[in-house]
Design a protein around this ligand. Structure first.
Ligand code: SAH
Length: 244
């Protein structure tokens, strides 16, 4: 039985954006429980005989439900010495890593958290968009854009977005129209800069630049995973674009 389950952040896509520590743990793993978000090339680093369990989570949708994932991780800890739970980006940024850790804790299984480079910052960076910029904006906020439409009470406090902070929405592609129109409703300019970045940090990265008014139309056809970034910093891409 393993003493410690490693909850490992895989980074945003570019395999070289993994941490040294995460790579070491993968090279020692007996089992890797992974999501679609983690770059599959990472699994090639695992040792011979390592078991792979695909829990298939993509983009906020969970073919394997979270309670079941928790149980799979726990059962693996009973069976194997080196258990790696591999998650896209950072395990604690909308990764439900906290829930998995709590589940293990309740069962007396130790865990550690290996932070990863979150898509929220690195994907904009690969698009040439800094989330903060001296003289432009001094804070940024990361928000889930995945809320069931028609939910009676939104957990998102839209009024609180009437600031100039950079806003980064994860899991929001399908709600893009709602997000941009809500931001206009609370008083943001219709021509406020906005970008959608799909498959960031990978060779399939696509970046669409628009305004709150035009972005929904312009981003049609983009594929997940994708994030939305709203703020004056988006304009810096003109000069800072480097990767694509
Ligand atoms: N824990 C992850 C986020 C999980 S939520 C992290 O820290 O990055 C999943 C969302 O992350 C996706 O819906 C998308 O909005 C964003 N995302 C993850 N990888 C991405 C990528 N390569 N390009 C664009 N968005 C990405």
């Amino acid at each position: 039985m393993s003493k410690t389950v490693h909850l490992v952040g895989a980074g945003p896509g570019d395999i070289e954006l993994m941490t040294v520590k995460s790579l070491r743990l993968i090279r020692e793993a007996d089992v890797i429980i992974f999501d679609r978000l983690a770059n599959p090339l990472i699994l090639k680093e695992a040792p011979q005989g390592c078991e792979f369990i695909d829990v298939g989570k993509t983009d906020g949708k969970h073919p394997v439900k979270q309670p079941e994932i928790n149980e799979i991780i726990y059962q693996s800890s009973l069976k194997y010495e080196n258990v790696v739970r591999l998650k896209g980006g950072d395990p604690f940024v909308f990764g439900r890593g906290g829930e998995e850790a709590l589940y293990l804790r309740e069962r007396g299984v130790g865990f550690d958290i290996i932070p990863g480079i979150t898509s929220a910052i690195s994907v904009p960076a690969y698009a040439g968009i800094p989330v903060t910029q001296r003289g432009v904006v001094s804070s940024f906020r990361v928000i889930t854009g995945h809320e069931a439409p028609g939910k009676a009470v939104s957990q998102i406090d839209w009024d609180s977005f009437a600031t100039d902070e950079t806003l980064v929405f994860l899991m929001g592609l399908n709600n893009l129209g709602r997000i941009s129109s809500n931001l206009i409703k609370i008083g943001k300019r219709k021509d406020y800069p906005c970008a959608v970045i799909s498959k960031g940090t990978t060779e399939n990265q696509k970046v669409v630049i628009g305004t709150l008014e035009t972005i929904e139309e312009k981003a049609k056809g983009l594929e997940t995973p994708a994030l939305i970034i709203v703020g004056e910093v988006v304009n810096l891409r003109d000069e800072l674009r480097w990767f694509d």
